[in-house]
Design a protein around this ligand. Structure first.
Ligand SMILES: [Zn+2]
Length: 76
């Protein structure tokens, strides 16, 4: 008897460019709220504006993709 396989819903990847940072997103260096996400081959690191600038050269050299939302820091 053939079994009807349950339909596998296609997983829609989060649109990275639509991402907004919340207070749950924390800088991996200091724990401040993150505004930058640097995607590497196997992982993602989050940075606050301070640590993004501090490591910017290395990040841009090694990351596959960098989402920089530091322009939203002062959006209050
Ligand atoms: Zn930081």
């Amino acid at each position: 008897m053939p079994q009807s396989a349950p339909a596998i819903e296609s997983i829609t990847p989060t649109a990275t460019t639509e991402r907004t940072f919340t207070s749950n997103d924390r800088c991996d260096a200091c724990g401040a709220q993150a505004y930058v996400a640097a995607t590497f081959l196997a992982s993602e690191l989050l940075f606050c504006g301070h640590h993004y600038r501090k490591h910017q050269n290395a990040i841009e050299e090694q990351a596959a993709y960098v989402l920089d939302r530091t322009d939203t820091i002062a959006a209050k």
